[in-house]
Design a binder for this molecule. Structure first.
Ligand SMILES: Nc1ncnc2c1ncn2[C@@H]1O[C@H](COP(=O)(O)OP(=O)(O)OP(=O)(O)O)[C@@H](O)[C@H]1O
Length: 331
């Protein structure tokens, strides 16, 4: 069934969604659908339009154009229904530091009209899930950044939303806490009947998603599963250490027609089949090679391949290097 061009059975259905701030086109008309139960990620550099999109879907920002249904409800004409059906965890913490973890959750339960006789059990369930049941009487101001984020996730789940929106759920956290948060999200998908929509600019985290949309400059560049995206790059990354990098790069171009660049202190390039290329390389480069490594495409390579720059470069300068652009052209 279709309403306003969106599938009401989808957890999230978006058509031509746009948002401009003055002259800035933050989101330039995006289309996508998220199936019930899916973990769907928006992957893109800072400023790509991720927060703007998620804000519109959560009814916190009004679209300039297009439509979207969340849990079957229109984000503009049925805002209250959308809000009742979603949980939010945003980058900026919105917990009350003077209240305990439990008080924060009780306040939220009241706001969302969770029946009083259900609150206790549900609270235990969500606090257990994020490992904070024992700390429920602690004031939130005494919690670490990671504990606060975990509590925010518990709060986002308290009213049993159909869709949980997480905007950069692990930003600013140490690697151990980041991996713990992903552990909780992993548990969630098994224990709750829920769809998860999240944004991230961490490649490794995007791997946890069933599907990801790569977003750059307000546009979706590609949507697929991490595996399919990596397979679509079709090129392996080869890194070599040589006695003369400049000469090696010149000879790679001259002898093999391969564009290379120095990355992480090594001459780096992409070829369709690394294992087959390496013996030819040793035989024909003409510069001593001290070490060589071949790796399958990562999501980093996927991002580069579709946008022409690494996420990190996109965040700092907005332009990619020669090798990255060559990879993009090769598509
Ligand atoms: N309230 C606003 N007023 C003006 N411009 C805005 C506003 N919010 C976002 N923008 C602009 O819209 C573009 C997209 O920003 P957005 O925050 O959606 O990106 P993002 O991908 O979420 O990045 P980040 O991870 O840094 O939040 C940026 O150019 C940003 O400067």
């Amino acid at each position: 069934m279709s309403v306003n061009g969106g599938d009401v059975n989808a957890a999230v259905a978006v058509r031509g969604l746009r948002k401009t701030y003055g002259k800035v086109e933050a989101v330039k008309g995006v289309d996508f659908e998220v199936a019930p139960g899916e973990v769907f990620g928006f992957l893109g550099p800072n400023g790509a339009g991720k927060t703007t999109t998620i804000s519109m879907l959560c009814t916190l920002a009004t679209p300039t154009g297009g439509t979207a249904l969340v849990a079957g409800h229109d984000i503009v004409t049925e805002r209250d229904a959308v809000r009742r059906n979603i949980g939010l965890v945003f980058q900026e913490p919105t917990l009350d530091g003077y209240l305990t973890a439990e008080q924060n959750l009780r306040f939220h339960a009241e706001l969302y009209g969770v029946p009083k006789d259900l609150v206790g059990d549900r609270m235990r369930q969500v606090l257990d899930m994020v490992g904070l049941w024992d700390r429920r009487d602690g004031k939130v101001m005494t919690f670490s950044g990671g504990m606060k984020r975990r509590l925010e996730i518990a709060r986002g789940l308290l009213h049993s939303p159909r869709v949980l929106f997480l905007d950069e759920p692990t930003v600013g956290l140490d690697p151990q806490t980041r991996s713990a948060i992903w552990g909780y999200i992993g548990k969630l998908r098994h224990s709750e009947d829920i769809t998860i929509f999240m944004t991230t600019h961490y490649m490794d985290e995007a791997e946890y998603c069933d599907r990801i949309a790569i977003i750059d400059h307000g546009e979706i560049v590609v949507i697929d599963s991490p595996e399919a995206l990596k397979a679509s790059v079709g090129k392996d990354r080869v890194q070599i250490q040589t006695g003369d990098d400049e000469r090696a790069m010149a000879l790679l171009k001259e002898n093999f027609g391969v564009e290379a660049a120095v990355r992480e202190g090594q001459v780096t390039f992409a070829v369709p089949s690394g294992e087959e290329f390496v013996p030819r390389l040793f035989a024909g480069l003409g510069v001593p090679i001290r070490s060589v490594s071949v790796s399958r495409p990562s999501l980093d390579d996927v991002f580069m391949s579709y946008t022409g720059s690494t996420i990190r470069d996109a965040e700092s300068s907005g332009t990619g290097n020669q090798w990255m652009r060559a990879m993009a052209r090769g598509r």
